[in-house]
Design a protein around this ligand. Sequence first.
Ligand SMILES: Cc1cc2nc3c(=O)[nH]c(=O)nc-3n(C[C@H](O)[C@H](O)[C@H](O)COP(=O)(O)O)c2cc1C
Length: 255
Amino acid sequence: MAYRSHLDDYLEKILDLKRSLSIPVIGSLNGISMSGWLEHARDLEKAGCDALELNIYYVAADLSQPAQEIEARYVEILRQVGAQVSLPIAVKLGPHFSSLGHMIGQLREAGATGISLFNRFYHPDIDLLDMRVKPRIHLSSSDESMERIRWLGLLHGQVDVDLAATGGFHRATDVIKAVLAGADVVGLCSVLLKKGERALGDILSDIKLWMEDNEYESVAQMKGSVCQHHAINPVAYEHANYLAVLESYTTGEND
Ligand SMILES: Cc1cc2nc3c(=O)[nH]c(=O)nc-3n(C[C@H](O)[C@H](O)[C@H](O)COP(=O)(O)O)c2cc1C
C-alpha cells in the first residue's frame, strides 16, 4: 500500500488553492534535516507556491551550543534553500535573538526578502494528574501583538526586507497599530480559528472605518508613520523608560 504523508496532503492543498485563488499562495516550510528542507522546498515550488516562508522552529535545548552556531544554521538553511528554488523567501523568526536586527541583516545578505515576526513557540505543560509533560497548543491573545509592534517600529526603515507581523493580531486596532509601526503584511491565524473567516471581513471593514475617521487615504500612507524614527516619543519603543512604565501602573486601570 502506498504511504501517504502529511506533506502529500499539504502539496495537494496548495494545488487546489492555486486552482481556485487569484491571490498569491505562500508555502510554509518547517524542516528538521537539511535534506528535508531542500527536498520539500523544491516540492512546494513545483506545486505552484508564489513564495516560501521558512519556519525555523528551533529551541536551543543543547546548553553547550553557542549562539553563533545557531545563527549560522539559520543562515545556512536559507542559503541552501535559496540555491534550490527561484522563489522569494521569507524567514519566520522567534523573538529570542540577542541582536535581532543583526540577525535580520545576516538573513538579508543570504537572500531573504521578507521576515515574519514572530514565531509562537508552543509550550509544554505538566499534567498534575499523571505527572507527565504534554505538548499543549493554546491560541494567542491580542496582548502578544505588542512585542511584534515594538520590533516593527524599531526595524521599519532600517532593514531592507519586507516585514510581516504574526502573533496576536485579533482586532482591527491590532492590525492598524502593526501597519503604523511599519508592517508590510499582517498574518492572522488564532482569530480565524476562533471566529471563522468572517473575522477577516469584520477586521477589514473596521480598518476602512478607522482610516476614514482618521483621514488616511491609503495603507501606504499609514505604513511606518509611527515607527521609531517618526514617533513623537521614540524612546518608548526601547525600554529606556522602564521605571516610568512601572510607575504608570494604577491598580485596576491597566487592562
Ligand atoms: C493550529 C495551528 C497550526 C499552525 N500551523 C502552522 C504551520 O504549519 N506553519 C507555520 O509556519 N505556522 C503555523 N502556525 C502558526 C501561525 O501561522 C501563526 O504564526 C501563529 O499562530 C501566530 O499567529 P496568531 O496569533 O494569529 O495565531 C499554526 C498555528 C496554529 C494555532
